[in-house]
Design a protein around this ligand. Sequence first.
Ligand code: PGA
Length: 280
Amino acid sequence: MTPSSIRPVWVGTSWKMNKTLAEAATFVDELLAVPIPSGIQVFVLPPYTALASVRSRVPEDSPILLGAQNAHWAPEGSWTGEISMRMAKDAGATLIETGHSERREHFGETDRTVARKAAAAVAYGLIPLICVGEPLAVRDEGGAEDFVRVQLQIALSELAPAEISQVLIAYEPIWAIGEHGIPATIDQVAPVMALISDVVTVAAGGPVRAVLYGGSVSTQNAREVLSDPNTHGLLVGRAAWQASGFIELLKLCAPLSGAGAGQSTIYSRTLPWTTTAALL
Ligand code: PGA
């Protein structure tokens, strides 16, 4: 049995710096109007400004998880412009994205801050979604796997094995992301996904929650990417910013999930996991 047949397929979108409250509400209403295909674990990462309002529109028992695109490691304090894990959780986040290449490039995110944020997220009972991925020059020199291995090892360095097994990893080659991104081929993706699988399995002492691929995912390449046995889901930007595009992707991915095998665990907004540290 392949890993993707014993887990849900995770399909999520980060809205990045997009959507007013009204636009966010329109998206959510359109998404809620269609049944979520079974076997798909859906998540949406709105901007902070829309997180609480999206949370209030999504029913408690909905299988749509929400998350923040970033949050600080400190519990509170003088960190102008930041929000804490506690605040993100209070606003409706279950997932905390960390280490996205746009944050690394433009906002000084480093492997060390990613590690601190991943640990803080876990301490608050949140799921870190750790993004890793190499620049084009590194890939061209044949260094993609070494680059990602180091990013990953540092990102996981503050977590215990049991905590590592709870994280989500997203492999997003920088050159594949965004408007000018070149969609990666399965041949380029598969070896890195295998490497990630090895690194996290050793670090966690078993399988992790899921490893996703992101970077110019669309209806054109989603199924091909998910045919890789080490790829358990998709992190989608532009192709999912309209609800119709997101819904199309969810339907496309449904046949690739473990639905029917009776082994997929789909989480709802009411979390089955708890806070692990007395930080609240
Ligand atoms: P994209 O963004 O799908 O628009 O390339 C993906 C991401 O940055 O996570």
